[in-house]
Design a protein around this ligand. Structure first.
Ligand SMILES: N[C@@H](CCC(=O)N[C@@H](CS)C(=O)NCC(=O)O)C(=O)O
Length: 259
């Protein structure tokens, strides 16, 4: 089994932690390293990580990869709750992590790791803080009397963790005074495998410094949810300027290969 991943990609980190939780054996390749982009493009037309190769089967899109692993390895520790309501709730949090939290955090991260000579647009960080506060409040609600978001450890926790881990660095943290259960939950995960291993890998990767990473840093890879949040945050003029200045990369067409 081979995982095309990247130590800063929340989607790849989610899948890698699920593989580890399921005690499966796999090797990895950094798909966002420019030296490996052609190999990534051969398995994923969108040229995104994560992608998984297993027994001649290629699976792309993190939620589909997790679903595949649950299906193919039913004897391994599950990440989907068996009870229907908890299953729907865990999947809803996975989707929120993937489409809402990711969009906000990645959109404000560009002024940290990308090669840019502008400052973040006025008001963008405040908008990120306000929108994330709503997510944090919902997590605080759901963690009342629970150690994990959907009761027992589930895909919700694997999907949320990489994002929660990035919030302080991105200046959008959840403060202890307002969100004590969320902070206790984050610390609980941080002390457990595979979450602690994930943090160590990402810290090592980021510790190299952006300039040492062989990744595209001038042009930004834009896709649906991240564009949606930028537009909803009022940044249409900024985004159009990025396009006009040729500072964007669009995903390839995600057309499936032969079965
Ligand atoms: N819906 C996809 C999203 C994956 C995604 O956005 N991957 C980003 C990294 S976080 C990527 O590979 N971007 C290409 C690039 O930055 O060149 C999933 O769930 O796997």
């Amino acid at each position: 089994m081979r995982l095309y991943e990247n130590a800063f990609s929340p989607f790849a980190r989610k899948v890698r932690m699920v593989l580890e939780h399921k005690q499966l054996t796999f090797d990895t390749i950094d798909g966002l390293d420019l030296a490996n982009q052609a190999a990534l493009e051969r398995v994923n037309g969108r040229v995104e990580v994560p992608a998984l190769e297993h027994d001649g089967v290629v699976v792309v899109n993190s939620a589909d990869i997790v679903a595949y692993l649950e299906r193919v390895f039913p004897e391994s520790p599950a990440v989907y709750p068996s009870e229907h309501r908890a299953y729907v709730h865990a999947r809803a949090w996975e989707r929120c992590a993937d489409t809402v939290v990711d969009a906000i955090l990645v959109d404000v991260s560009y002024w940290i790791w990308a090669q840019r000579d502008d400052a973040m647009p006025d008001g963008l960080l405040d908008r990120a803080r306000a929108d994330l506060a709503k997510v944090y409040a919902a997590l605080e609600r759901d963690l009342d009397g629970k150690d994990f978001v959907a009761g027992a450890l589930s895909i919700a926790d694997f999907a949320l963790f990489p994002h929660l881990n990035a919030t302080r660095m991105l200046q959008v943290p959840f403060e202890a005074a307002r969100f004590p259960r969320l902070l206790a939950y984050y610390k609980r995960l941080r002390g457990m495998e595979p979450f602690s291993g994930d943090i160590a890998r990402t810290a090592e990767y980021l510790g190299r410094g952006p300039a040492a990473l062989n990744i595209e840093r001038r042009r930004i890879f834009w896709r649906g949810d991240r564009i949606e949040w930028m537009l909803a945050a009022g940044q249409h003029a900024w985004l159009m300027n990025e396009i006009a200045a040729d500072r964007v990369i669009w995903p390839g067409l995600g057309i499936p290969g032969p079965a």
